[in-house]
Design a binder for this molecule. Structure first.
Ligand SMILES: [Zn+2]
Length: 159
């Protein structure tokens, strides 16, 4: 089993506490731990739905079969999604952790919807779409532009 942390590096402008909504569907590129092939398709799962593993070996948020070597693998969210804070703007921050069996997550597509709030104003921004890798708005309460850009993704193995 491999424990992986998903880290994001983001340039936040006048917003903080960026996180996906509760019903968010997480999209990943996944590499097989057996044959090391990476599926070119984005594969999605979320922390709320679980599927049973064949042979009653428990359940996981994602259970899949490698389309190259047919080996079965699974991934499970660790509890606790962490918001990306402006306090460490432009630095990698962990937002989620996963228990991976027989696979590795190798890329993440942010997509939508995300939420954030104005750093000083507290204005709530909802339905933030990061499909294009950036987002810009205007905070009427503070009279300042707000934005999200330069998103980078990294996975780190955790002990
Ligand atoms: Zn494989």
């Amino acid at each position: 089993m491999v424990k992986l942390g998903l880290y994001l590096k983001v340039n936040l402008e006048n917003v903080t506490d960026l996180k996906p909504v509760h019903e968010y569907e997480w999209h990943f590129k996944i590499q097989c731990g057996s044959c090391r092939e990476t599926d070119e398709n984005w594969i999605s799962f979320n922390p709320h739905d679980t599927v049973d593993m064949p042979g009653s070996r428990g359940s996981a948020n994602l259970v899949m079969r490698c389309k190259f070597c047919k080996r079965e693998s699974s991934a499970q969210f660790e509890c606790g999604i962490q918001a990306y804070s402006a306090e460490k703007n432009n630095a990698f921050q962990k937002i989620a952790s996963f228990d991976c069996r027989g696979l590795e997550l190798v890329d993440f597509s942010p997509r939508d919807p995300w939420v954030a709030e104005g750093t000083e104003s507290g204005t709530k921004f909802e339905d933030i779409d990061l499909s294009e890798g950036e987002w810009a708005e205007y905070d009427e309460k503070s009279g300042e532009p707000v934005g999200i850009a330069e998103i980078e993704v990294q996975f780190k193995k955790e002990k």
